[in-house]
Design a protein around this ligand. Structure first.
Ligand code: NAP
Length: 367
């Protein structure tokens, strides 16, 4: 059904029966906008509900890995458009970290940018955003107190009094028990709604889960590298343990940093650090899979990006957080929701992907 009513500061557009996407009118005194309503899922055993897909904000303000080592006004406008387009498309879950865009000349902290985008949007209309950020387990940070003080610095950059999800970005060389205690303290002090970890192995995940459980606090999520061509979480027990303990797996680099989108080819590889991971040789091996992903997408009028994100969501208990640099990329992400690949297609793509060995960088899974 498509219904359109315009006038008197009120509008209503598009409605898809049976799918997750719906549109509702949002009217305020001066502004009237329509936003998609995207289905939400509970994050692990916590009370926090987030959209089935979130947006990664690592590239916003970053000059060490992304953006050809330069941040400028044009990129800032594109990142803001990515944020606004995500909200328009109903995606309200954003992932950042204290280290994104931090400590390097010319960079801008991603938390600061996200906080600014949220504030600017909320000045125009009421919109609920779920923010996830992360604690960097740096070797000189010891004890539970360091988690709370880093969190307070993050809240200050974001310009909020609490965040929805606080995660340990990676396990520390030492001090891990204290960090988990710090997460518990953050919940009890009302500074966060839910807590999670990232880059945690099965053993570390079980330990963290049990430690928090003693205080009656659920470990909501484990954020790990997971995509069609990086299925290590399926092989090292992390996905199965998440499913068993009721912990949501948040999938980072879900489109393999652009390699699964069809944009990069052996003749046109990515530049910068990514170029060393997704080499022309690797991209050549990837071609048959990307071609098949494109063909499958054509049946649904979907892009390869949307197909591979849909594949991840179909694994259940998985929330992908692709990184959007601009409005066009954010639009594509929203289109990964509201439909589903068939079981046959899911298995066919998995089988084809199994023929390609994943590129392993720093072995975070073994930390
Ligand atoms: N916990 C951790 O240790 C960890 C590690 C990595 C990432 N993360 C989180 O996960 C998020 C996503 O991961 P990621 O950024 O590494 O990788 P990703 O989401 O797989 O890839 C994002 C990149 O792909 C390209 N892209 C996006 N949409 C596209 C489209 N429709 N068509 C073609 N290219 C497109 C963009 O780069 P170009 O336009 O330049 O190609 C974009 O920056 C991060 O932002 C961060 O929040 C967490």
């Amino acid at each position: 059904m498509a219904l359109q009513v315009n006038g008197a500061g009120f509008s209503l557009l598009r409605w898809r029966r049976g799918g997750a996407l719906r549109t509702r009118a949002v009217a305020s005194e001066s502004v009237a906008t329509t936003r998609e309503e995207v289905e939400k899922v509970k994050l692990g055993g916590s009370d926090l509900k987030v959209t089935k897909l979130g947006i990664g904000a690592w590239s916003w303000g970053d000059t060490t890995y992304w953006n050809d080592f330069q941040w400028d006004d044009r990129k800032l406008k594109a990142a803001k458009a990515a944020f606004d387009t995500s909200i328009d498309g109903g995606i309200t879950f954003f992932d950042t970290a204290e280290v994104y865009g931090a400590g390097v000349m010319g960079a801008v902290n991603s938390e600061t940018l996200l906080g600014r985008f949220i504030k600017e949007r909320q000045q125009k209309e009421a919109v609920e955003v779920a923010v996830a950020t992360k604690f960097a387990a740096l070797p000189w940070r010891l004890g539970r107190g360091s988690v709370l003080s880093a969190l307070k610095d993050s809240l200050s950059r974001l310009g909020v009094s609490s965040v929805e999800l606080y995660q340990l970005h990676w396990p520390g060389i030492w001090g891990n028990k204290g960090y988990i205690d710090g997460l518990g303290d953050a919940v009890e002090q009302g500074l966060v709604k839910a807590v999670g970890v990232s880059n945690y192995s099965e053993r570390r995940l079980r330990d963290a889960y049990n430690q928090l459980k003693k205080r009656g606090i659920p470990l909501a999520s484990n954020q790990v590298n997971y995509s069609l061509i990086y299925r290590i979480p399926e092989e090292n027990g992390v996905k199965a343990t998440c499913d068993e303990l009721g912990i949501t797996l948040i999938a980072y680099s879900p489109i393999a940093q652009g390699a699964l989108t069809g944009k990069y080819t052996p003749e046109n590889p990515p530049t910068g650090h990514r170029g060393r991971i997704y080499t022309p040789e690797f991209l050549k091996k990837l071609q048959p899979l990307v071609t098949r992903i494109e063909e499958v997408g054509q049946n649904y009028r979907k892009t390869p990006t949307q197909v591979v994100l849909n594949w991840l969501i179909a694994q259940d208990n998985v929330v992908p957080i692709p990184g959007a640099k601009n409005a066009e990329q954010a639009t594509q992400f929203a289109g990964a929701l509201g439909w589903r690949l068939t079981e046959q297609e899911i298995e066919e793509l998995r089988a084809l992907a199994s023929e390609i060995n994943p590129v392993i960088g720093f072995p975070v899974e073994k930390l």
